[in-house]
Design a protein around this ligand. Structure first.
Ligand code: 13P
Length: 254
């Protein structure tokens, strides 16, 4: 059985004070993670604070992006080695906001993925289609291309050692989650695409992201190919994030 992962992508929210308060509430509210992995992904500058505050506890700290290069004249980038230096175990690559607002191509995302893995950082590859792509029937083509680019650059076997997050762009920050059936359909497609690349896809964790809330989480986690969530807005409220973690725990035992 795949161990669920609930990851909170804080995006560019918070301050030093609110980070401290949120992590305190999270730590105090978690009564053991009971077979569920929990991770927060703060803005990079708060990673050292978060690692220090969560030291010794079950909550892991990840980054929202990682450089495609090792070291050098790459202003504004953070190398994978620098992340591990501060206790970061995971990094998002290819979040739709990076793709759409900062022009990151499938090829660049794949290079970031490969660089993370070379330095022991587990990539969380974000994939997903826009509303226009869904309405024009291109969803599977788009998502397959996002996965195939990683197989081309990082090697097919690299996909075995990653997490994939399916985040339909139209569901991010809109309050409109994909239905459990829509999400399950795409998760099954992604698992099949990984298998097409020769990856033992039953072992890879697939997260759903896009307006996940405590109320919608149980139905999503009841789907056979959904192994957790990448949570945006609701991860900024301790009660909501804890509620989503509780739903994952219940889904595991039910
Ligand atoms: P929301 O949960 O706010 O829709 O954000 C999802 C997301 O982009 C997580 O990476």
């Amino acid at each position: 059985m795949r161990r669920p992962l609930i990851a909170g992508n804080w995006k560019m929210h918070g301050s030093r004070g609110t980070v401290r308060a949120l992590l305190t509430a999270l730590r105090d509210g978690l009564d053991g993670t009971d077979g569920v992995d929990v991770m927060v992904l703060p803005p990079a500058i708060y990673i050292p604070d978060a690692v220090r505050q969560l030291d010794g506890g079950p909550v892991r700290v990840g980054a929202q992006n990682v450089a495609d290069q090792e070291q050098g004249a790459f202003t504004g980038e953070i190398a994978a080695d620098m992340l591990t230096d501060f206790g970061c175990t995971h990094a998002l690559v290819g979040h739709s906001e990076r793709r759409s607002l900062y022009g990151e191509s499938d090829a660049l995302v794949a290079a970031r993925f490969a660089a993370a893995q070379r330095h022991g950082v587990t990539p969380i590859l974000c994939v997903g289609e826009t509303l226009q792509e869904r309405e024009s029937g291109a969803t599977e083509t788009v998502v397959a291309a996002q996965i195939d680019a990683v197989a081309d650059v990082a090697g097919r076997e690299a996909l075995a050692d990653a997490v994939v997050a399916y985040e339909p762009v139209w569901a991010i920050g809109t309050g409109v989650s994909a239905s459990p059936e829509q999400a399950q359909g795409m998760h099954a497609f992604i698992r099949a695409r990984l298998a097409h690349h020769g990856v033992s896809a039953t072992a890879v964790r697939l997260l759903y992201g896009g307006s996940v809330k405590p109320d919608s989480a149980a139905e999503l986690f009841a789907q056979p190919d959904i192994d957790g969530a990448l949570v945006g807005g609701a991860s900024l409220k301790a009660d909501d994030f804890l509620g989503i973690i509780a739903r994952a725990r219940e889904a595991r035992v039910s």
